[in-house]
Design a binder for this molecule. Structure first.
Ligand code: ZN
Length: 190
């Protein structure tokens, strides 16, 4: 968890020449329900927000992934009582309350509090999110491609070039920098 927080902090630290992109990223935090934790490729989970109770839930429904919960790069956060109260009010108003778990409510509250994208296939959660003005996506529609883009970046001089759009035959070997000759790595665009 500490590692995840540190990585996130460095990712979000705006570089002086790119303030706009950094701001855009902050606004695209994602709150992940447990079906995303089960269904998504592991690298896509990094940086996603979850609530503490999801660790036990994941252990129960997907023991393999539950066992590596701490290594998934998730940001584990409990929503404020005020946000939970707002989510509960909306759930009662829409009649969805009885179909929700405490985790469901907490996830809605967390997305509300952080102005994050709520990733869930649960139509009750989607319904309440809509009522609260929280943006949501179904698990299959919220993959990393719409949030991150990728580029090749030189480990030496930092020069960048477009990521290859075809599959890589030699995994993790992206050739060498045109400027300085050092190795290129595939990185999130910044
Ligand atoms: Zn270079």
């Amino acid at each position: 968890m500490k590692v995840a927080a540190r990585r996130r902090a460095s990712t979000l630290n705006p570089t002086p020449d790119r303030p706009a992109r950094s701001a855009r990223r902050v606004s695209q935090s994602r709150v992940l329900d447990t079906s995303a934790l089960i269904g998504w490729p592991l690298p896509e989970l990094s940086g996603g927000f979850v609530v503490p109770a999801q660790e036990d839930e994941l252990l129960r429904v997907s023991p393999d992934r539950g066992a590596i919960f701490a290594g998934l790069g998730l940001v584990v956060s409990e929503p404020s009582a005020q946000a939970v109260s707002s989510a509960s009010d909306a759930a009662r108003a829409s009649g969805d309350m009885s179909g929700l778990s405490e985790i469901d409510l907490s996830l809605i509250a967390l997305a509300l509090e952080r102005s994050a994208l709520l990733v869930t296939d649960d139509y009750r959660m989607q319904n309440i999110a809509t009522a609260l003005g929280v943006e949501w996506r179904a698990v299959g529609e919220a993959g990393i491609s719409e949030v991150w883009s990728w580029e090749l970046r030189c480990v030496g001089c930092g020069a960048t070039q477009a990521a290859p759009d075809s599959p890589n035959e030699r995994r993790n070997d992206y050739g060498n920098c045109r400027v300085c000759g050092a190795a290129l790595r595939l990185k999130k665009q910044r």
